[in-house]
Design a protein around this ligand. Structure first.
Ligand SMILES: *[C@@H]1O[C@H](CO)[C@@H](O)[C@H](O)[C@H]1NC(C)=O
Ligand SMILES: *[C@@H]1O[C@H](CO)[C@@H](O)[C@H](O)[C@H]1NC(C)=O
Ligand SMILES: *[C@@H]1O[C@H](CO)[C@@H](O)[C@H](O)[C@H]1NC(C)=O
Length: 273
């Protein structure tokens, strides 16, 4: 299970999100950004910009209470306030990797992080993202090699498939899950979701690819999502997890975290967790 949390700046907490025993539950702190407060790129030096309520102590507390909880930091995201965050090819990729590694090492310790998620959403036109796969792949490899993290996930969407396919092709051995943002594909029925899933399964690895749901958002909504999960299973795909965006939306939805509860129930019903 994957749940993004902290992107809106609203005072969300881990405490209210239902976490079932027997589920590998990943909270994804949104976001750590290679930018200063004004949104200027810092050559690989990441800073945490998730909701201030998600403190190191609160991470420690939820992990102490639920031993099946893992916490990841997602890199980049769409924007820092109104400034859109873009991938840029650094002039010295090795220095970028080294800066990124050093800047993530300390929050990884402070926040007791288990991993990182990659969520760059905006790339330069003219295909000038030639160092993306190298920089991100090397960064994950180094963080894992030095035992700073144990989990790495990536979050492509339809407009960013190309750079993420490149990254996955070269570094899939260090990438554990693909949090494809199916809701951006805006498929509205289980059958069309299945067709979409088949396409993404060819681009990435079907066993690492997780179906995803945006609470009060785009794409399929309501119980049709769970009909989709069953349909995927009927067509031979193992549903090895579910990604939900986001705890912020769920906490505002006043539906008692319906999608988090039912997704975990679905996963516990299947034997794939
Ligand atoms: C993209 O990269 C090419 C070759 O490295 C360069 O000539 C071109 O100016 C770059 N374009 C942009 C928009 O940065
Ligand atoms: C880290 O990399 C070194 C050198 O390639 C290798 O010998 C070692 O086994 C790696 N350690 C881990 C934990 O992957
Ligand atoms: C889980 O299994 C129970 C018992 O078969 C069933 O009633 C329930 O609807 C299932 N839940 C989901 C989300 O599939």
């Amino acid at each position: 299970m994957m749940e993004y949390i902290g992107a809106t700046g609203a005072p969300v907490t881990f405490d209210l999100v239902p976490v079932e025993e027997g589920i590998d539950f990943h909270f994804i702190l949104s976001f750590a950004i290679d930018a200063d407060l004004s949104g200027n790129a810092q050559n690989g030096k990441f800073s945490p910009y998730w909701a201030e309520t998600l403190t190191p102590d609160s991470v420690a507390a939820i992990k102490a209470r639920r031993s099946n909880v893992k916490v990841l930091a997602s890199l980049a995201g769409w924007s820092l306030r109104d400034k859109v965050i873009r991938w840029y090819d650094p002039t010295d990729p090795h220095l970028w990797v080294s800066n990124a590694f050093s800047s993530l090492k300390s929050p990884a310790t402070t926040y007791h992080l288990d991993g990182i998620d990659i969520d760059y959403e905006k790339f330069p036109t003219q295909r000038n993202y030639t160092t993306f796969a190298f920089c991100i792949g090397q960064l994950i490899t180094l963080l894992k090699n030095q035992s700073v993290i144990s989990v790495a996930t990536i979050a492509p969407y339809h407009l960013t498939a190309v750079p993420y396919i490149e990254l996955f092709k070269d570094y899939n051995n260090v990438i554990d899950y693909v949090n494809h943002q199916f809701y951006t594909d805006k498929v509205l029925t289980p059958l069309r979701y299945l067709e979409d899933f088949k396409i993404r399964a060819l681009q990435f690895d079907k066993n690492k690819l997780l179906p995803s749901y945006e609470v009060n958002g785009r794409g399929i909504q309501g119980d049709e999502f769970f009909a989709t999960l069953s349909l995927l299973e009927q067509h031979g795909f193992e549903v090895n997890g579910v990604m939900i965006f986001s705890a912020d939306a769920s906490s505002a939805a006043a539906n008692n975290y319906y999608y988090e509860r039912k997704s975990q129930e679905f996963l516990l019903n299947t034997t794939n967790v």
